[in-house]
Design a protein around this ligand. Structure first.
Ligand code: NAD
Length: 516
């Protein structure tokens, strides 16, 4: 099914030329983005925007070796000084925000404000990490023994491997790296093979900050390009005690097992299948706006994208027809053009995945509104779709899976318990929300008997998390936490110490072992 041509595009004459200008301005060596077997295309028009070389297994091993050596020096630098390094990184990102944000839009297809928002998130986590560098607190505990103190300290963990997904091509690195750097770790980054150019840009920028910072060793921040084999080489190396992997649940299953096999620590940030409940007392105008952004923003390609809407039967007929109207009128097209809200999907495979899910939803009795390919004049090589809203009779088939595309399944409920059962009745557990003005209902949703997700919001959508909170989800989302709160602890090792400042030697639990 092909829709009529949409608003004409504002693509530049050559996205490749603009990409080259940005990468050069940020200090990337031209051969890094022009030489290599892997062709990088923009989802905006399908044009080639660069060529990169994948790292060989030996190159991955060498990068880990450099990062390990850097770690041995970096761990000795006082944490607030490491914070100063991250402060400078944040400053460099501030200066590069416009260029880097545009590069994110060109390579990942995000609308301009979301591309800029992604870089802002990087700046925010740097600010957070600077403060954190003076707050890597351990506890002291009352000892059961006289003249003893019990305490814990947090020490740097080592080399942190970061594997990131295409949809947050640079922010995911920063959530991990800013914390890892202040924690005294070095970082080896394996970005998505679909978005290596933004990674090259960030890497060039970090290299400059490292070069200008006397205590920062070369190797503190390493980049290895490539696909799953490159990732597997990083995951399998015992010199990498912490692996933070963001991507699909299928990837997490493999990576989680491989890291566990060598007793490493995995921070897994995997797929979501996020739901919002619209209760009888909801402010429907507010809900409508939040649902539209949650479900169609980033063309449905966020891990926190709203994928299921659970609507009370008393408000269903007032909300859903209005939503269908919003779906009809939303502007799809060139993400670089002002006023466009829905850009392209990342590639042709993503469109095929969407079509397959919609066919399965129809077969399961769903009524599909929207969907199908969208033709954008002048951008025929791009991957554009119309977002789809699907009214479903039950939570079956494709509704319990994550399809990484703008599909919103709508379900009806009559009791609050039923809504919670639907909300929790999927294998994933990332983000959730409720729209209600009934405070008892809101708190029941947030209680232990409510949402089973890592994120649960009230009168907000499921996407658009702030970096101040710990980010991540339960069940098949992997259980990892990144970003704010005390997520930093995953990047350090905990040391518990008992100190005897007396002259007796009592044993714990009253055990007696008298010699001599
Ligand atoms: P993907 O799983 O295809 O790839 C993610 C990364 O993992 C890439 O860098 C890829 O090269 C690497 N990889 C794949 N298989 C690997 C293996 N066997 N060993 C080592 N590395 C491997 O995911 P994608 O299509 O890039 O991104 C979309 C997915 O990511 C969605 O499922 C989305 O929900 C998820 N995601 C989750 C979060 C979160 O924080 N929970 C954030 C962003 C994206």
């Amino acid at each position: 099914m092909t829709a009529p041509a949409l608003a004409s595009a504002a693509a530049t004459d050559s996205l490749a030329a603009e990409v080259a200008r940005i990468l050069t301005a940020l200090g990337a060596a031209p051969e890094r983005f022009t030489d290599g077997a892997r062709i990088v295309r923009s989802p905006i028009d399908g044009s080639e925007i660069g060529r990169v070389a994948d790292a060989s297994p030996d190159e991955v091993a060498a990068a880990i070796g450099r990062a390990r050596a850097a770690f041995l020096a970096w761990r000795a630098v006082p944490a607030p000084r490491r914070g100063e390094f991250v402060r400078r990184l944040g400053e460099a990102l501030r200066a590069a925000k416009d260029d880097l944000g545009r590069l994110v839009s060109i390579e990942a297809g995000k609308i301009v404000s979301e591309g800029l928002g992604e870089v802002q998130e990087m700046i925010d986590i740097c600010d957070f990490a600077v403060g954190l560098s003076r707050q890597l607190y351990g506890l002291t505990m009352g000892s059961e023994r006289a003249d003893h103190r019990l305490q814990e300290q947090w020490h740097p963990a080592g080399v942190v491997g970061v594997i990131s997904a295409f949809n947050f091509p640079v922010a995911v690195w920063s959530w991990n790296a800013a914390l890892a750097f202040v924690c005294g770790d070095s970082v080896v980054w394996k970005p998505s093979e679909k978005t290596p150019l933004t990674a090259l840009a960030v890497s060039a920028l970090v290299d400059r900050v490292i070069a200008d910072f006397p205590e920062a060793p070369a190797g503190l921040s390493e980049l290895v390009l490539g696909a799953r084999d490159t990732g597997a080489a990083l995951v399998g190396d015992a010199r990498v005690p912490v692996v933070s992997a963001t991507g699909s649940t299928a990837m997490g299953r493999i990576v989680g097992r491989a890291v566990a096999d060598r007793f490493g620590r995995a921070i897994l940030e995997l797929g979501g299948n996020n739901a919002s409940i619209v209760a009888p007392s909801a402010d429907l105008d507010l809900a409508l706006r939040a649902i539209a952004f949650g479900a169609m923003g980033t063309a449905g390609q966020r891990c926190t994208t709203l994928r299921r809407l659970i609507v009370h039967e008393s408000v269903y007929d007032r909300l859903v027809p209005r939503l269908i109207e919003v779906y009809r009128s939303v502007r799809i097209g060139d993400p670089l053009e002002e006023g466009v809200l829905v850009g392209p999907l990342i590639d042709a495979a993503a469109i095929a995945g969407m079509e397959k899910a919609l066919a399965a939803a129809s077969a399961a009795g769903g009524t599909v509104h929207g969907g199908g390919r969208a033709a954008v004049a002048g951008l025929e090589g791009g991957h554009y779709v119309r977002p789809a809203l699907v009214e479903m009779p039950a939570q079956t088939g494709p509704v319990i899976e994550e399809t990484f595309a703008p599909i919103l399944y709508v379900l009806r409920y009559s009791t609050f318990e039923e809504a919670i059962a639907l909300q929790n009745g999927v294998p994933q557990g990332l983000s959730s929300s409720i729209f209600t003005t009934d405070m008892r209902e809101a708190d029941r949703f947030l209680s232990a008997l409510g949402s089973d997700c890592g994120i649960a919001n009230v009168n907000m959508g499921t996407s658009g998390a702030e970096i101040g909170g710990a980010f991540g989800g339960e069940k098949e989302t992997g259980g990892g936490r990144e970003s704010g709160s005390d997520a930093w602890k995953a990047y350090m090792r905990r040391m518990t110490s008992a100190i005897n400042y007396g002259s007796a030697m009592p044993l714990a639990q009253g055990v007696r072992f008298d010699v001599g």
